[in-house]
Design a protein around this ligand. Structure first.
Ligand code: HEM
Length: 191
């Protein structure tokens, strides 16, 4: 056996002698306790966050009168119109699975107006490759606002419309910047 290897073996034995089983067990037990404490704390924090979110959602439902059913109706009716629209329909031809898209958009609006935290996507990233211009945003907002006013009571419609205009602005300004243009915030221009 080479000298270097036997030296390592002797050192391992020395270490083992200094590190008896009871110390090994104590360290392992301590580490296991720490890991469990951490995962208990994480679990408790997650539960507290879920409770806080439920309270926020409940409060938003009471203040605005918006319900998940209303969001479902708004999303279904709005995208029904979008798909038939001469300007927007062709842009949405890239959507492969409409059931998934509608479910995603319900989660999105639920997160925006009811703070349910159900949507985890990246809408800005989804819109940048679409080369959207002012006419697209005008048409999208016309259809969305018309549908919101039909489906929702006035204060709820006003909230959806305000959020939609601001989000549309952020998409439009980012699209314009990418294309080397500057866009005026559309929510300031709409009646
Ligand atoms: C000019 C107006 C708009 C057009 C033409 C448009 C078009 C589209 C299209 C084609 C997709 C599917 C993208 C994909 O599957 O890769 C999409 C996704 C989406 N859109 Fe729009 N959109 C517009 C404005 C808006 C606005 C104003 C909002 C929000 C208020 C919005 C929210 C979303 C969301 C949340 C998604 C899903 C993104 C994801 O995959 O997580 N869109 N949109």
């Amino acid at each position: 056996m080479p000298a270097a290897q036997s030296r390592y073996l002797r050192r391992d034995k020395d270490v083992a002698a200094l590190w008896p089983d009871n110390v090994e067990r104590a360290v392992r037990g301590n580490n296991e306790r720490k890991t469990k404490d951490m995962s208990d704390r994480l679990k408790a924090e997650r539960e507290a966050a879920a409770t806080r979110r439920n309270l926020l959602t409940q409060d938003a439902i009471e203040r605005t009168g918006i319900t998940e059913e209303m969001i479902g109706e708004l999303v279904t009716r709005f995208y029904g119109r979008v798909r038939e629209d001469a300007l927007l329909g062709p842009v949405f031809a890239i959507v492969q699975n409409w059931d998934e898209h509608l479910a995603k958009l319900e989660d999105f609006w639920s997160s925006v107006v009811l703070m349910s935290g159900r949507y985890h996507g990246s809408p800005m990233r989804a819109h940048m490759p679409l080369s959207l211009v002012g006419d697209h945003f005008d048409r999208w907002l016309d259809l969305f606002e018309q549908t919101a006013r039909e489906v929702c009571p006035p204060p709820a419609a006003a909230l959806f419309i305000d959020k939609a205009r601001r989000i549309a602005d952020s998409f439009e300004m980012a699209s314009a910047s990418l294309a080397g243009r500057i866009a005026v915030p559309r929510h300031l221009l709409r009646p």
